[in-house]
Design a protein around this ligand. Structure first.
Ligand code: ADP
Ligand code: ZN
Length: 429
């Protein structure tokens, strides 16, 4: 049941002790980087003087801009010791680059293997990795993890839907790694071939890389006949394998032997209480090449320190609500895109794709939501469709507190991406 029982079930006191030891080692390591050396001097912090995790809070946060500007100044080992680099997918601006030593790659693979094993992947499984390979960490991260675990790994990569289905049929795929919006989209390809994925040997799906609602997960589970596990990571902290769901599916365990977690109020920068939404801040505890300390992810979630029935002691985080920088302000109201998804995916008539367009007319924000409706419902008469449109509008209004203009469209008519879904088009200039 455990990949690494002693680490995964470490009691809080021992876990904190381990974190402190590793933090000291990380500070020692990071002193080799010009960027952090300067910061440590300014904060009067050294590996020797670090007596508690509280001491560590004197260190300023590291931001995405630091990474963009400082780049190579953040390396803690000579460039010649690095064997790989990855870049974030650049969803929110210029991509950031992370360098890895051989040991970093091995440690990362082990964390991903631990995560997948926790969710039930075993060496006998056939694992089809449907994430982009390349600079994006989702593909290679899971690839190495699955090989480390010993599963037969199919490096399918992203997109090419027909081929994905063919590979599944040919090799008897039992587990997939897939972006949730793409998992819903791929159902069309099955349907188009008259195939039902529930008839396949598939039993596990790892879904992550973008915010998605509980209903989206449920839809994927029902349509594919699998258990789907939420997977969280970011290139700045290796990539996938930072936090992952266990069979309880009640939040994602953060691997606290490898990442020091803080959850802060993004405005006051003070820690928030359990259950409160805040920004995730991570510190690498085992990375050699380019450890990041107190890195502000901009991802919003809450944490839960209560014991998990699975026996793992590492704290859990909630679903990612969104990023601090993808919050929309529409007619003065703060809205996260995930709120729109929550409403739409809870409605059985709604198919798998939608698009939100924001415009401004005479200084007034307009929100236009295009929603794909399932074939069977779209065939209904006009009166039915008008009623449905009204219901969707009402549901969105009660969640968002503003009234969008809803348009029902036929299935497969909205644009889609093979990577992270692009659901919001902001034309307000
Ligand atoms: P980019 O910032 O360019 O998207 P990455 O490819 O490193 O860079 O993606 C990491 C980001 O993807 C995270 O910071 C988070 O915003 C998002 N993400 C990753 N996994 C999940 C998940 N399970 N749920 C929600 N969002 C996720
Ligand atoms: Zn658990």
């Amino acid at each position: 049941m455990y990949w690494d029982r002693s680490v995964e079930t470490l009691k809080a006191v021992a876990l904190n002790q381990l974190q402190l030891e590793r933090l000291r080692e990380t500070v020692r390591q990071a002193s080799n980087s010009p960027f952090y050396r300067k910061r440590f001097e300014k904060a009067g912090l050294s590996a020797e003087s670090l007596k508690s995790l509280e001491d560590f809070r004197r260190l300023p946060f590291t931001t995405k801009d630091d990474l963009r500007i400082q780049g190579l100044k953040m390396l803690c080992r000579p460039l010649k010791e690095m064997v790989r680099l990855h870049a974030s997918s650049g969803t929110t601006g210029q991509a950031t680059v992370i360098y890895y030593t051989r040991a970093d790659i091995a440690a990362w693979a082990d964390l991903v293997a631990r995560s997948m094993y926790m969710a039930g992947l075993r060496p006998k499984d056939v694992f089809q990795n449907m994430m982009g390979y390349g600079l994006f960490t989702g593909g290679l991260g899971f690839h190495h993890g699955a090989e480390r675990l010993g599963a037969l790994t199919i490096p399918a990569g992203a997109g090419n839907s027909l081929r994905q289905v063919q590979l599944m049929l040919q090799f008897g795929t039992t587990a997939i790694h897939i972006i949730p919006s793409y998992a819903l989209y791929l159902l069309n390809t099955f349907a188009g071939r008259g195939l039902d994925p529930r008839g396949l040997p598939l039993r596990l799906a790892f879904i992550g890389a973008e915010p998605h609602s509980a209903d989206t997960r449920r839809r994927i589970e029902a349509a594919y006949g699998v258990k789907a596990y939420n997977s969280y990571g970011l290139s700045e902290m290796n990539g996938p394998g930072v936090a992952f769901e266990c069979p309880e599916q009640n939040g994602m365990h953060v691997w606290e032997d490898s990442f020091l977690l803080e959850v802060i109020d993004p405005r006051t920068e003070e820690p928030v209480a359990p259950g409160e939404l805040g920004e995730l801040v991570f510190t690498n505890l085992t990375r050699q090449g380019m450890p990041l300390l107190r890195y502000r992810t901009r991802d919003l979630a809450s944490y839960d320190p209560t014991p998990c029935p699975c026996g793992r002691t590492h704290r859990r985080i909630s679903r990612i609500r969104g990023r601090t920088d993808d919050m929309l302000i529409i007619k003065g109201v703060n809205i996260f895109p995930i709120q729109i998804e929550q409403v739409l995916m809870a409605m059985p008539e709604v198919a798998t794709n939608y698009l939100v367009e924001l415009t401004r007319q005479d200084f007034h924000d307009q929100m236009h939501v295009k929603v794909e409706v399932k074939e069977s419902f779209f065939k209904e008469d006009l009166k039915y469709l008008q009623g449905l449109k009204r219901r969707i509008t009402e549901a969105l209004k009660s969640e968002l507190l503003i009234t969008p203009r809803v348009e029902l469209v036929e299935p497969h008519t909205l644009p889609r991406s093979e990577g992270k879904a692009v659901r919001i088009v902001d034309r307000r200039g």
